[in-house]
Design a protein around this ligand. Structure first.
Ligand code: SF4
Length: 460
């Protein structure tokens, strides 16, 4: 595999594997040509997770379901309590169960072991449903997950759903698809009597730090009923009656837009894409929902009042941070590009410039939109790796890097401030209140005296 040097920065040069060049674009006068939505280059050490992990992150927050990983113990450990998603009730999701497949199971098949594990776990934990995840080795030996799940479902009287998420069969997006396929089988199996005509489902918020409860409160203040928060603080019974809602409101569209599309084709429920990050997008999300119910103008009136109140409460403090952060530089690398749009706008709100932005699973349309909203010279990158990211951070001399658990060490090794916007955070960054938390955290990290003691180092 050969590598080439591109666009030397002031203090370093960014080294990019030849086959990766098409997935990096610099916003300048050249027309945008961006390759994306393809399998990762072998040997490039992509930041992406596998298909199985993709399905785990989507289904994991369904808190009263049993989640059984059919495969070697390593697959379960890799995704153990993966998002730390909060639940207001049961916490069965925080346990990770595995069939712990051994050499003997690989040779003679793992179906009997899977059956025994399912029966034992359902008897012990009485879950509302069970999800059974397929891993690489299960795909290779060909265990019939569907048949085992059907048998146990009939015996135990609960939905037992196979998740066809063999790690090798594509990229992380294929895992999202597998998760949506499994949830599709739950939707439509519950009662919808008594659901308000002004009702929605919330898709794609994972309730990492309680933000779902804040968003639900906004909708309650607007007079809109939430039938199911499908991927955060989720409950099986709510998902079963989700087809009674009037609208699907989808955040993190890469992960759950497919389920919304399925519900549109199965039940005629339309969907809108929203983001709850940053004041602009948060307000736009609430207005988009209010506009969907024109027959009830009081919803729009209450929404205007809500946005007015929330902005009045946060703008004075935000202005203080803006003064200190004016002109500082940020880099963003996240799973789905939709979050990146909001982050670009959120940094602008606090006076900062985004000089690099990328995602693991963005589409051509996503990258076109990123190109539109970013400043000249910004690096836009798809499915990146640690070496590239480290080079870009140094070249652009960024003050803060925003990413997830795998990006944190890249920043700290270089002596660059970091903001976790994914799995590990314990403070909510969504909603109006979340924007204030975000600004506080960015301000504290960027202005910390620690960076004076830790000179920026060259990437090794
Ligand atoms: S499913 Fe495959 S790629 Fe994913 S963690 Fe397990 S072994 Fe690794």
């Amino acid at each position: 595999m050969s590598s080439v040097a591109i666009n030397k920065g002031k203090n370093m040069q960014a080294t990019v594997l030849e086959s990766r060049q098409g997935q990096i674009w610099r916003k300048d006068d050249a027309p945008m040509v961006m390759e994306c939505n393809k399998d990762s280059l072998a040997g490039a050490v992509s930041q992406r997770a596998c298909v199985f992990c993709g399905s785990r992150v989507v289904l994991y927050p369904i808190a009263d379901a049993l989640h059984l990983v059919h495969g070697p113990i390593g697959c379960a450990v890799y995704t153990w309590d993966i998002r730390g998603a909060l639940s207001s009730g049961p916490e069965l999701h925080r346990l990770s169960f595995s069939t712990d497949m051994q050499e003997r199971d690989v040779i003679f098949g793992g179906e009997k072991k899977l059956y025994r594990a399912l029966v034992e776990l359902i008897d012990r934990h009485a879950p509302a449903a069970a999800f059974v995840y397929s891993t690489c080795i299960v795909g290779i030996i060909g265990d019939d997950l569907e048949a085992v799940c059907r048998k146990v479902a009939a015996e135990k009287g609960i939905p037992v759903l196979p998740v066809q998420s063999e790690g090798f069969k594509g990229n992380k997006r294929a895992g999202y698809q597998a998760a949506c396929n499994a949830m599709r089988r739950l939707v439509g199996t519950g009662e919808t009597a008594g659901i308000s005509p002004y009702s929605i489902n919330i898709l794609g918020d994972f309730n990492l730090a309680g933000e779902l409860w804040l968003i639900r409160d906004y909708f309650a203040r607007m007079g809109v009923e939430v039938v199911a928060n499908i991927t955060g603080d989720g409950r099986v019974a709510d998902i079963q009656r989700a087809h009674g809602a009037a609208l699907n409101v989808v955040q993190c569209s890469g992960a759950t837009m497919e389920l919304a599309n399925m519900m549109e084709s199965d039940y005629g429920i339309p969907a809108i894409r929203v983001s709850y990050f940053g004041i602009e997008d948060m307000a736009a999300a609430l207005y988009a929902v209010a506009e969907f119910f024109p027959q009830e103008p009081a919803i729009m009136a209450r929404t205007r009042e809500l946005v007015r109140e929330e902005l009045a409460a946060l703008l004075p403090e935000l202005e203080q941070y803006r003064r200190d952060l004016q002109g500082k530089k940020a880099a963003i690398y996240v799973g789905g590009a939709f979050k990146a749009f909001s982050l670009v706008k959120a940094f602008r709100t606090i006076g900062m410039e985004v000089v690099m932005v990328g995602s693991q699973t963005g589409t051509a349309e996503d990258y076109r939109e990123l190109a539109e909203i970013t400043d000249p010279g910004t690096i836009i990158v798809d499915d990146s790796n640690p070496l590239e990211l480290a080079s870009f951070l140094q070249e652009k001399e960024v003050d803060i890097f925003v990413g997830g658990v795998k990006e944190r060490p890249i920043a700290y090794k270089l002596g660059v401030a970091f903001c976790d916007h994914n799995h590990e955070r314990k403070e909510m960054l969504a909603g109006f209140e979340g924007m204030l938390n975000f600004a506080r955290e960015v301000h504290a990290s960027v202005t910390s005296p620690v960076w004076r003691l830790l000179p920026r180092r060259a990437a090794s």
